[in-house]
Design a binder for this molecule. Structure first.
Ligand code: PNW
Length: 587
């Protein structure tokens, strides 16, 4: 018999039958008999089997039913003392210490906090959820996360969402942006629908509306249904396009009348670069490892484009957008090779997805030169479908970075496919050139998030760059930004943890940077702070913390950090629309 454990490695769609006369199994793909070694089976597998075979036992939380919310006591809503000061304002600037009258967030500006299903929900096996690739990565791949921590319980938001929504409502937060777990709705990613999951998200959306918070939904934030990875290689196969579109159809159909802002995929620049997945845990597609991110990107663009067109044809009122990510890219020196390298870095990151969706329906030339060697070219029809398929330029813009040519130069790298920096052929650093003093670009975040430095002084230039380069008709939204205070997980006292000076100044200065850019004519339409609560920071586990609320992962208690007040304060001072707290009780 074909082992159940190895079945996923073999081609599917070939039926296994017992030979009635000899008792030996024969294998048929419907037209001819094939040798047993090349054979797979159509396993009649249920969700429990998927868990048992590929993930194993999971932990469960003490609280495992939905908890009602209680009003947030006024004593918790007292802002902290000032933690940041403007630097040496001269006489003319002194009024700006209170408020700068030339700054304003326009009416209709939307702002809030964000999360993602796998990072906050926990309850991974409850109410029919199927496993995602992340359950396997964190349970089975030793060392994949820093301390081998899993998403099994996380913030238990699957049951605690009412209080989490109440807590942001009490500070007057306007939007909660969360993602739906695809493998809750379709435990196999396709086929049977799990109505319990749909009822759950219905209630999350209704609870937001009840507490005066606008729900905003991302369809895919990295938690690919495991079954689809093992069936056809997940994002590496064009088969995913149809499955993603059916998932979008169901979710748009159920919640389309209540959600104003949709995001299809979160940061394919990141999740496509998680391919190749670790050897031996998932189906091997045979696609060369170096090509895999680009096959993923190809299928993401098709899946997103079709889902966008579907949403529009269904008459959704709200915006539907694609979420890109990445920092501002600054040439390290003014050499022409550093300029070339910087352009290649834009092209192989933001440009890879932004140029097709906003400008041309196809890749930047530098990317095309590389991928045309193996990817199918987009047809004219596909290009038309992809071009113009994002209503807002939704960018997760945390930081900035310097770029420079590889030591051997850009040209030598581009013509050498075994160069370690090929095909991007750009080097990067967070440190100014030694001729400029060799300083860090800004304060470093937690060492477990080494890609992140506070570089808020580059944000106005970055916002201009986005507007000038991709010319989004619906404006720019910063759909994630945030900071991991260094060593926060090592702090012991709650009052020390919630006093987060670097994150606070990050939010203050980031909001100032947006106000400056708006006053200079950049069309910024919204911001989402990452994250509503400390949560599972993927491979960094619970050690690197991005919450603007603290979470005690033993008791699941939450507490506002000083940075949360800093963020909200920007809208109190400079918002056109009032900040309206909801669900505040007696202290
Ligand atoms: C985002 N970079 O990822 C994700 O959407 C979140 O799930 C995550 O928790 C958050 O940022 C904080 O890490 C990013 O290297 C990962 O520039 C890496 C980068 C940016 C965003």
């Amino acid at each position: 018999m074909v082992s159940r454990l190895t079945a996923f490695l073999l081609p599917l769609g070939v039926a296994l039958a017992q030979n009635a006369t000899s008792g030996t199994p024969t294998y048929s793909n419907g037209s001819s008999t094939v040798p047993p070694t090349a054979v797979a089976t159509q396993l009649d597998i249920n969700v429990e089997d998927l868990w048992n075979l590929f993930v194993g036992p999971v932990s469960t939380a003490a609280v495992n039913t939905t908890v009602s919310a209680t009003p947030i006591p006024t004593s918790e809503l007292v802002p902290p003392p000032g933690l940041a000061y403007p630097s040496f304002p001269n006489g003319q600037q002194i009024p700006a210490m209170v408020s700068n009258s030339s700054w304003k967030f326009p009416s209709g500006f939307w702002w809030g906090v964000a999360s993602a299903a796998f990072q906050v929900e926990g309850a991974v096996k409850d109410e029919g959820r199927g496993p995602s690739i992340w359950d396997v990565l964190l349970h089975r791949v030793t060392g994949f996360s820093t301390a081998n921590q899993t998403g099994d319980i996380a913030d238990n938001q699957y049951y605690l969402y009412k209080q989490d929504i109440a807590r942001i409502a009490a500070l007057g937060v306007q939007t909660y942006s969360f993602s739906i777990s695809w493998s809750r709705v379709f435990p196999f990613g396709r086929g049977a629908v799990n109505e319990e999951a749909l009822a759950h998200y219905q209630d999350v959306i209704d609870t937001c509306l009840e507490y005066g918070v606008e729900p905003s939904v991302t369809l895919y934030h990295w938690d690919l249904p495991l079954y689809l990875q093992n069936l056809y290689g997940g994002w590496l196969s064009e088969e995913i396009v149809g499955d993603f579109v059916e998932y979008a159809r169901l979710v748009f159909g159920r919640y389309g009348d209540k959600v104003n802002r949709w995001f299809t995929v979160n940061e394919p620049i990141v999740f496509c670069n998680t391919y190749p997945l670790p050897d031996g845990y998932f189906r091997d597609t045979g696609i060369p490892k170096k090509q895999q991110p680009f096959w993923c990107g190809h299928n993401v663009l098709l899946a997103h484009g079709e889902a966008y067109r579907l949403g529009k044809s269904m008459g959704l009122n709200g915006t539907i957008s694609f979420k890109t990510n990445g920092g501002y890219k600054i040439p390290l020196t003014n050499s022409s090779d550093d300029a070339l390298a910087t352009q290649r870095a834009w092209d192989f990151n933001e440009g890879w997805f932004a140029e097709p969706t906003f400008l041309t329906g196809d890749y930047p030339q530098n990317v095309k030169d590389y991928v045309s060697g193996f990817l199918p070219a987009f047809t004219e029809e596909q290009k038309t479908m992809i071009n113009g398929s994002s209503d807002v330029f939704a960018h997760d813009a945390y930081t900035s970075q310097f770029y420079m040519a590889p030591d051997s130069g850009v040209a030598a790298c581009v013509s050498n496919s075994s160069h370690p920096l090929y095909p991007t052929c750009a080097n990067s650093t967070y440190t100014y050139a030694s001729s400029s003093g060799g300083w860090a670009i800004g304060a470093a975040a937690d060492p477990l998030s080494p890609w992140l430095h506070k570089a808020t002084d580059w944000v106005p230039a970055f916002l201009h760059y986005m507007q000038d380069t991709w010319k989004p008709a619906g404006g720019i939204a910063i759909t994630e930004f945030g900071f991991a205070e260094p060593f926060e997980a090592l702090k012991v006292l709650k009052q020390d943890i919630v006093t987060d000076p670097i994150r606070s100044s990050y939010y203050r200065e980031y909001m100032q940077a947006i106000l400056i850019a708006i006053s200079e004519g950049v069309d910024v339409v919204g911001t989402l702070a990452w994250s509503i609560v400390d949560n599972l920071e993927w491979q960094a586990g619970y050690q690197s913390r991005f919450g603007i609320q603290y979470v005690n992962f033993t008791t699941q208690e939450r507490a506002y950090k000083a940075s949360f007040f800093e963020y909200v304060n920007a809208f109190k001072l400079y918002g056109t629309d009032p900040v309206v707290p909801h669900y505040v009780g007696e202290s």
